[in-house]
Design a protein around this ligand. Sequence first.
Ligand SMILES: Cc1cc2nc3c(=O)[nH]c(=O)nc-3n(C[C@H](O)[C@H](O)[C@H](O)COP(=O)(O)OP(=O)(O)OC[C@H]3O[C@@H](n4cnc5c(N)ncnc54)[C@H](O)[C@@H]3O)c2cc1C
Length: 382
Amino acid sequence: MPAFQEYFDPSHQMVRDSVRRFVEREILPDINAWEEAESFPRELYLKAGAAGILGIGYPEALGGSHEGDLFAKIAASEELMRCGSGGLVAGLGSLDIGLPPVVKWARPEVRDRVVPQVLRGEKISALAVTEPGGGSDVANLQTRAVRDGDHYRVSGSKTFITSGVRADYYTVAVRTGAPGFGGISLLLIEKGTPGFTVGRQLKKMGWLASDTAELFFDDCRVPVGNLIGAQNMGFACIMGNFQSERLALALMANMTAQLALEESLKWAKERQAFGKPIGKFQVIKHRLAEMATALEVSREFTYRQAAKMAAGQSVIKEISMAKNFATDTSDRITNEAVQILGGLGYMRESLVERLYRDNRILSIGGGTREVMNEIISKQMGL
Ligand SMILES: Cc1cc2nc3c(=O)[nH]c(=O)nc-3n(C[C@H](O)[C@H](O)[C@H](O)COP(=O)(O)OP(=O)(O)OC[C@H]3O[C@@H](n4cnc5c(N)ncnc54)[C@H](O)[C@@H]3O)c2cc1C
């Protein structure tokens, strides 16, 4: 009989242990205060950089480690989620959507200058695709970049950008050509470039610790050397980037559900009503059993798609399915968790209150549930 193939090996366990220690030492003591303050100290990037966490999954030559080892990245992301704040994870992790196009397609001199600084936590990277006019219809984006000698002149605006206020390097989707997906490019735009301003930090339902902002470009002159990939080939780069973002969001949803389940189980054993722990009522016992079952299925399916992705297979349809399944599951489990905790589940002092709010973005960001279903049905020939 063939040996059972585990997704994680002992080296991944070491990554897990070290990130868990980092979370316990550097994040958990302060996370409630940071959530209330709707920000976390910039110094945390430097600490995460020094601990080697930001570099996981990136080339060693640029200051990273575990290049090509997707399950090391997964182990690290899952452990970071144990801080219980999706906002902190999204903010600290915005490099994982901003930086990959720079690593893969930027000019070597730009890549070699930018990437090591971000992996050390000295600079912050963000991805700017969404515009006030819409986020789902990427092919229709309106921010325009017109070639003028050795510069592009960029005009337009972006919104809902994670790490938007304090990023240093923005990977920005712009229109350099004709309408439609064939006229899009990616440009690296640096904080401080004349004509580029950052708007206010937007107030949100959840992900409170992350900064989310609008960006404005008013005849902003960006050197041609900051083009990422070939001109008018940006759409393919954006879609490629979405695959790993969608996997990351599915993993986040599974971890959100995991934490909500753990909190619910603990409470079901502790909380007494009508003379017994509430977990002894069949309705609650079965609810917990169903939550655990749904989560196991979701996690297994997500890992399976990650394993196929790591093996170089195309999983465009399956990653969209994983994101939708995981976020459906986390929607249900966070909702049930609030119910099981009763009034306490509605209080800021309980973790499930935050999990419930943070979870809501997961079926919107990185492509909405409806957009995932469009991709799935297209792949089914519809
Ligand atoms: C906290 C937060 C952080 C974010 N971070 C970033 C970031 O770092 N970078 C970035 O670029 N963006 C970011 N976003 C933006 C996010 O990716 C978009 O909000 C998302 O893609 C949806 O775009 P939209 O909000 O413009 O909604 P719209 O595109 O206007 O969609 C509105 C509704 O219409 C539905 N819809 C649209 N098209 C179809 C269709 N064809 N069929 C059926 N239904 C459809 C959508 O599913 C949705 O329900 C962030 C958003 C939030 C809230």
